[in-house]
Design a protein around this ligand. Sequence first.
Ligand SMILES: Nc1ncnc2c1ncn2[C@@H]1O[C@H](COP(=O)(O)OP(=O)(O)OP(=O)(O)O)[C@@H](O)[C@H]1O
Length: 309
Amino acid sequence: MIYMDGVVKRYKKTIALDHFTFEARPNEIVGLLGPNGCGKTTAINCMLSLLTFDQGKITVFDQPVNPNNNKAKRRIGIVPQELALFEKLNVYENIDFYCGLYVSDKKERKALVEEAIEFVGLEKYKKFAPKQLSGGLKRRLNIACGISHKPDLLFLDEPTVAVDAQSRNFILEGVKKMKENGTTVIYTTHYLEEAEDLCDRLVIMDGGRNVAQGTLNELQRSISTQESITISFIDDSEGLKTQLQEIPHVIKVLEKNDAFEIHFEKSQNNLSNLIKFVDEHQLTYSQISSEKPSLSNIFLELTGKELRD
Ligand SMILES: Nc1ncnc2c1ncn2[C@@H]1O[C@H](COP(=O)(O)OP(=O)(O)OP(=O)(O)O)[C@@H](O)[C@H]1O
């Protein structure tokens, strides 16, 4: 669907994309993740041929990107992070306007607009002006505007920022449904749990580069932390963190909300070694849980930074 190879984009002295590579295959949801300023928007704008680039190659639908390729544009949907709604138009009219950019036949358009309204669950609000909608409903309207022409390729930029739980679920279920219907989705988000749950593959960006890509499983296998055990002690003693660090196979120990998050490399005995340590030091714990590295752990190890979550 989309292929980027060695793409360099400079804004004067800033290198926003530094030999960036990226791929989105048909019928998958690809998560594009990275800290503020890592180049996500620049990469997307280059894919959409809204920006020119200095070096490298980008193909969309197997053709080099070209701002005059209207046939390709018809197959692409964009849901920007900033709401792009007309205050003077009601819900129906807003969607109809965006759909009209691609579909001129009125009858066909009416059916598509109605379908988009149903898809985002705004049937009761057709005649409402955007200012009469809650934040979550406005986001749903924004999405309906981007998908009403049934794109094969959809860009969703942080669609769940500042939305209530109900709208968030609606949006996430909608994205899954779009994939089921054959759409390829490129999804940027800062919510790592959301990306873990939703995306088939993930691309982690930092400093304009693709620092890692793959399924969650592949990314988990690519880092040294293979298990993280969180333990809360009732009788925390001074110097405990340093002592925990000496347990075999421990990579590092983080203190999080009155608990220790201990990162281990791959070994069969991590949990039993920790319990042995607890017994030997006559400690009492209130909670203990073990899990595979989260996307947040992966992100931290690969980039040395926490991503806002
Ligand atoms: N028009 C511009 N002129 C100069 N520098 C720019 C311009 N647009 C972006 N940059 C710089 O390019 C880099 C990449 O920015 P970009 O907006 O692509 O990052 P981003 O990952 O989308 O960030 P965010 O998560 O904050 O939206 C940053 O250093 C940014 O300051």
